[in-house]
Design a protein around this ligand. Structure first.
Ligand SMILES: C[S@@+](CC[C@H](N)C(=O)[O-])C[C@H]1O[C@@H](n2cnc3c(N)ncnc32)[C@H](O)[C@@H]1O
Length: 207
């Protein structure tokens, strides 16, 4: 695992311990993986970045369907769980770094992300970085919450910068950074404490 010099407080250190057995996480991940299957063509030639890969729930799903997966996350604890999965051993490269501050040297054919973007303060810069990390014609498939009332996370949860995203504004942001064929579909609707939280999958291609 590579790390930036600028290591941060690991906000997912505790959550990492039982992330994969959390029923809400499992339900959301299952829904997003099904949406990826439905909307994203995968093939063994692709080099894929899983942005905010966490413990690797999406990476696991993709790893045998594409050529290479690179998992990126700022939580060493989450990535440690990914790295210890025997089914991922030797198949996935991981980077514990913030690509906004320290971009990777590689370019990708596809960037996927599940429920990570609302943890990144500067969405504009993040989408710019996605564009910069893609080969011409490369695609994104980005899943996150639709605008919600702030109750998805417990009050005062650290590191939550967005209460979801407006689909129109997110599509405009992708277009601003040179993406075309922008389409947002509903990937899943999460159920948490009797409330429903729709999750979009944003699909687009770098021109
Ligand atoms: C809600 S979890 C989702 C993890 C995984 N994608 C999944 O679906 O199970 C959000 C993840 O985003 C990561 N994250 C937060 N800020 C990040 C950043 N600036 N760069 C990369 N990952 C980040 C967190 O460390 C965490 O692992």
């Amino acid at each position: 695992m590579n790390r930036t010099e600028n290591e941060m407080t690991d906000l997912f250190a505790e959550k990492a311990q039982d992330w994969d057995v959390n029923d809400v996480v499992k339900g959301i991940s299952r829904g997003i993986r099904a949406a990826l299957d439905e909307h994203v063509e995968l093939d063994p030639a692709l080099h894929v970045m899983d942005f905010g890969a966490g413990t690797g729930l999406v990476t696991q799903h993709l790893v045998d369907k594409v050529g290479r997966v690179t998992a990126v996350d700022v939580s060493a604890a989450m990535l440690a769980k990914l790295i210890e999965k025997p089914e991922l051993a030797g198949k996935v490269e991981s980077f514990c770094q913030d690509i906004i501050e320290a971009p990777l040297d590689s370019k990708f054919d596809l960037i996927v992300s599940a429920m990570a973007m609302h943890h990144v303060r500067d969405t504009d810069k993040l989408v710019q970085r996605f564009a910069e990390h893609l080969e011409p014609g490369g695609r994104v498939a980005l899943a996150d919450l639709d605008t919600e009332d702030g109750r998805f996370h417990p009050e005062d949860t650290e590191g939550v910068f967005h209460t979801g995203f407006d689909r129109g504004a997110f599509a405009a942001l992708l277009e601003k950074h040179g993406f075309v064929d922008v389409k947002l579909v509903t990937a899943h609707t999460a159920q948490k404490e009797d409330r429903r939280y729709p999750i979009f999958l944003a699909l687009a291609r770098r021109a």
